[in-house]
Write a protein that binds this ligand. Sequence first.
Ligand code: CU
Length: 179
Amino acid sequence: MQIQNSSLSLIARWVLGVAIFIYFAAAPSRAEDVKAGDLVITQGWTRATPGGAKTGGGFLTIENKGSSPDKLVGVSADVAGKIEVHQMATDGGVMKMRPVEGGLTIEPGKTVKLAPGGLHLMMMDLKSPLKQGDRLPVTLQFEKAGKVAVTLDVQAVGAPGPSGNMGGEMKKMDKGMKM
Ligand SMILES: [Cu+2]
């Protein structure tokens, strides 16, 4: 009896483990890939804003599969009074951010990644807090591809990436499942 009980409990634990894995693997935890002309926009995410924070950073990846450059010339969202594209630069030994003047160019065949510590969307004058688990609709305006609607997945305050360290693995799995 003792042996049976412990093997049953092992099986129960294994079943629970598999169930948890399937739940997280299947959960729609990342933004949809968006295709617009020659551009593919993926991995849109942002962070929840604590307290009454009025600004937030937005991150996404833009790939240009075409043969000519395109340029991100404007960004807007209902929740933000203003959104700029910012870059980080060292000024007198101090990292500072400043707007990218004249639009962000995406060269043909290249991928531009907006990520913490580098290029980012600076959302200013937030009208309401960004809540973890929400999907934030944002409109990107490109010179050639025109207006493109994307969503940013709102991750936890201080989250390091679109879906933690699992991001890359999840993407591979998703691709595998579609085939
Ligand atoms: Cu900024």
